[in-house]
Ligand binder design. Structure first.
Ligand SMILES: NC(=O)c1ccc[n+]([C@@H]2O[C@H](COP(=O)([O-])OP(=O)(O)OC[C@H]3O[C@@H](n4cnc5c(N)ncnc54)[C@H](O)[C@@H]3O)[C@@H](O)[C@H]2O)c1
Ligand SMILES: O=P(O)(O)OC[C@H](O)CO
Length: 336
């Protein structure tokens, strides 16, 4: 039997751990929060996944040494702001060639690194690894994965064997895993789609309907594709599961935290109030500064992202930001 550790016992880490355990691996879940370790191991239930029973076989621990010892796969599922710190804690126990997958979606502000880039950077600083890195991303709400609803995901890595190993470990009759060598493109999609989902939520909060939502998804995909191609990613990635697939689910789902938070902002709450009310990580807000910086560095126009920035950090009322978006110069539909 393969041994897997999931780092992070949030909503996604817990849903993944349940799925991997039911797929036949011995699964350990590490959490930075002692209270979470004891509650999850006692109750076998996660507060954000009501009605979902966690397998008895799941091992919960707060010990990083226990979590990283002789594992076939280390799977990062902590929110993006904790990926660097978690890697730093894990580094003393990570040897060369360790298979690591990242399921957190984000781009680090300042360094502009994707999450596997952050992991590689932190391992290098600690003199650990180098690891074999994979990004695991796609349209995958935890609430549905935890209830065994048919779902698809991408195992992305320039190392085809690493991508295939993660595919094998995660694949079951409810989870279909596709490989993709374009790790940077897949990770970029996972971060940028959260910002576009915030915009979609804001439009819903303003009382706008499906026409507006379709416009945001389609033109948001154009922005994402334009940036990704300028950065040298594979154009095909943006029409795949990690691209349009994840954008559709995040911009439309009742489960999406980014969509929900955007809706609250569109309805009149401040971003701080909306995050508080959402109660879980809102990755689009963390990714926003890095996505903006990338658009400027690569000289790529991203008007929806700029509009979200004007609302979140510029104090522009959402309705005014929409008016400004709609009043831009006339142009053709082409992506470039
Ligand atoms: N929820 C989903 O459906 C889903 C699906 C795919 C990807 N993701 C991605 O997975 C990541 C985690 O999302 P989530 O929904 O599980 O978030 P969440 O808000 O449920 O995660 C909270 C968890 O973060 C962990 N944490 C808190 N403080 C920490 C610290 N100091 N160090 C390390 N860990 C700490 C704790 O385990 C806590 O339970 C995000 O990047 C998200 O985009 C989520
Ligand atoms: O709930 P969200 O908005 O954080 O999105 C979660 C996943 O990224 C959906 O695939």
């Amino acid at each position: 039997m393969k041994r897997i550790t999931v780092l992070g016992a949030g909503t996604w880490g817990t849903a993944l751990a349940r799925m991997l355990s039911n797929t036949g691996s011995v699964v350990t879940v590490w959490s930075a929060l002692d209270s979470e370790v004891s509650t999850l191991s006692e109750t076998r239930a996660h507060p954000n996944l009501p009605g979902v029973e966690l397998p008895r076989e799941l091992i919960f621990t707060g010990s990083m040494e226990e979590a990283c010892r002789e594992m076939d796969l280390l799977l990062f599922a902590v929110p993006s702001p904790y990926v660097r710190e978690t890697t730093r804690r894990a580094a003393p126990y990570i040897g060369p060639g360790q298979l690591i997958a990242d399921a957190a979606k984000g781009i680090e502000a300042g360094t502009l690194l994707t999450m596997t880039g952050v992991i590689a950077d932190e391992l290098k600083k600690a003199g650990a690894g180098p690891a074999r890195l994979v990004a695991l991303s796609g349209p995958t709400h935890a609430e549905e994965v935890a209830r065994d609803m048919p779902t698809t995901i991408v195992s992305a890595s320039p190392d085809p064997e690493a991508a295939r190993q993660v595919q094998d470990l995660c694949m079951n009759t409810c989870m279909r895993v596709y490989t993709n060598p374009d790790i940077r493109g897949v990770e970029l999609c996972g971060a940028v789609k959260n910002v576009i989902a915030l915009a979609s939520g804001i439009s819903l909060g303003l009382g706008y309907g499906d026409n507006t939502k379709a416009a945001i998804i389609t033109r948001g995909l154009a922005e994402l594709t334009r940036l990704g191609c300028a950065m040298g990613c594979d154009r095909q990635t943006f029409t795949g599961l990690g691209g349009i697939g994840d954008l559709i689910v995040t911009a439309t789902s009742i489960h999406s935290r980014n969509n929900r938070c955007g809706q609250l902002i569109g309805g009149g709450l401040t971003p701080e109030e909306a995050v508080e009310r959402t109660g879980m990580v809102v990755e689009g807000l963390h990714a926003l500064p890095a996505v903006l910086e990338l658009s400027r560095r690569y000289k790529v126009e991203m008007p929806i992202v700029e509009a979200v920035e004007s609302i979140i950090h510029g104090g522009v009322p959402p309705a005014m930001a929409v008016r400004e978006l709609m009043s831009r110069d006339r142009k053709g539909e082409e992506v470039y």
